[in-house]
Design a protein around this ligand. Structure first.
Ligand code: CTP
Length: 450
């Protein structure tokens, strides 16, 4: 009871704030690419706590969020938290009036009092159910509408993203798998749960809810697919991470690249509507369900995978740190420490980028990265643009502390034959957005010239 009265207060305040904030009519609101009205359904499960973080990430990113909870989910997380983060009341049953009348924060509520599930389904751009319990998946698969969440899903013509989370035996049960297959066949986007520690102590298996950034990425990809982001229809190939060149059975020569810049580029491109493939060299970062990943280890593997994918790509973003040298001979066993000194002879690897530039077809745009150190970094990067025949080169000084390799920030200069743009120190997500802006403007200027 205490929780419900808290929710009523939070809802009332939110309603007041939202009606004051009305500035745009609903038809024009939220049309910026990738920003939208997200309807979030939360069902009963231990992972429901992650839905709070998803809500926070989504609102911070500029989306408007409304939340529908099932009764069971309120035993795991309270409505007051969602209401506070979204600035809008949380709905649980269809028997309760919605103070916002099915509008999203910032939109004017309709003059009449519509049925909340119909109005929310109508106004939302995307509906995500996270976590989606086995029970709710079963109801959605058979079209039941015995609570507000399921009724809204039935009435919803927008993309439906489902993030199953449950015990591994429940997830693997043929009934759950059949329900998921039915939902997929009907067009629902079903996110693969992760494998790892589950709810109860000692429990391990498949069924973990993806982490909130991955959930948001999936929602943004669904939004981009419907709203037509500015990279809509473009096929973007990204290389990310650092290659490892084997020395013997257990050792390798590697580098400090974490793959963060490449993964940020992939996330941003997917968010803006591109079809994205990442050739990932030894990257241990969370993955975006909207992106396709091909894992490789060595420069040779990266070269082969990238060459195969390049054929069908419009844009190549070559962010990986590819080894320039590899051991000339790889020992199959483990080298023993019996000798005082070991000599390692290195040979050149193929320059993947140069190979691809040589066989590019018309309209393919190639972006290279120049990780340089110290004074002259920019000049060296400019020279690389011409020497490697690139359309754009992204230059950064990796000697600067706190940016570049294995850090979450970067500071770069984006260089093309006609333009140069310095991007001061910013998150890799912001730098990725600036790089993709440069890609777009380069594409449109070359298209205009043709
Ligand atoms: N690159 C590549 N294949 C390699 C090495 C690098 O495709 N074997 C790509 C990188 O992914 C990056 C760009 O080339 O996009 C720049 O890499 P870098 O090694 O810095 O450039 P080089 O032209 O090799 O210049 P140098 O080593 O002399 O600085």
């Amino acid at each position: 009871m205490a929780e419900r009265s808290g929710e009523a207060i939070a809802g009332g305040e939110a309603f007041g704030r939202a009606s004051e904030a009305v500035t745009r009519p609903p038809a024009e609101a939220g049309k910026a690419p990738g920003r939208g009205r997200i309807l979030l359904g939360v069902t009963g499960g231990i992972a429901a706590y992650k839905a709070l973080e998803l809500t926070r990430l989504a609102t911070t990113a500029g989306h408007r969020v409304r939340v529908i909870q099932t009764e069971a989910s309120t035993r795991f997380v309270g409505t007051a938290s969602f209401a506070a983060i979204t600035g809008a009341p949380v709905l649980i049953t269809e028997w309760e009036a919605d103070p916002l009348r099915g509008a999203f924060p910032g939109d004017p509520p309709p003059a009449h009092a519509p049925l909340s599930h119909l109005q929310l389904a109508e106004t939302a751009d995307v509906f995500i159910v996270a976590p989606a319990s086995a029970n709710t998946l079963g109801k959605l698969a058979t079209g039941q509408a015995d609570n507000l969440l399921c009724a809204t899903a039935l009435a919803c013509r927008r993309p439906l993203v489902l993030a199953p989370a449950m015990n591994d035996a429940m997830y693997e049960h043929p009934a759950t798998q059949a329900n998921l297959a039915t939902l997929r066949a009907r067009g629902a986007i079903v996110l693969a749960p992760g494998t790892g520690a589950l709810g109860s102590p000692g429990e391990w298996g498949v069924g973990r809810l993806p982490e909130p950034p991955a959930l948001l990425a999936a929602v943004e990809a669904a939004l981009a697919a419907t709203s037509g982001g500015d990279l809509d229809g473009l096929r973007v190939l990204v290389t990310a991470g650092g290659t490892r060149e084997p020395i013997d059975a257990v050792r390798f020569i590697g580098n400090r690249s974490s793959g963060r810049m490449g993964f940020a580029l992939a996330d941003e491109a997917a968010r803006r509507g591109a079809g994205v493939t990442v050739v990932a060299a030894n990257v241990a970062l969370p993955r975006n369900p909207a992106v396709r990943y091909l894992d490789v280890e060595s420069a040779a593997e990266l070269g082969a995978a990238t060459a195969a994918e390049f054929e069908t790509s419009d844009v190549l973003l070559m962010a990986a740190a590819v080894a320039d040298y590899r051991p000339a001979a790889v020992r199959e066993d483990k080298i023993k420490k019996t000798e005082a000194e070991v000599e390692l002879r290195l040979e050149r690897t193929d320059d993947v980028l140069s190979g691809l530039v040589a066989r590019r077809r018309d309209g393919q745009l190639i972006v290279g990265f120049a990780a340089e150190t110290g004074a002259g970094a920019l000049d060296y990067g400019r020279a690389k643009l011409a020497r490697k025949g690139l359309d754009v080169v992204v230059v950064n000084d990796v000697a600067e502390p706190g940016i570049g390799f294995d850090s979450s920030e970067n500071e770069v200069t984006i260089v093309s034959a006609e333009h140069e743009r310095h991007v001061p120190r910013a998150s890799k997500a912001e730098v990725a957005a600036a790089i993709l802006d440069a890609v777009l403007s380069h594409r449109s200027s070359t298209t205009l010239r043709v």
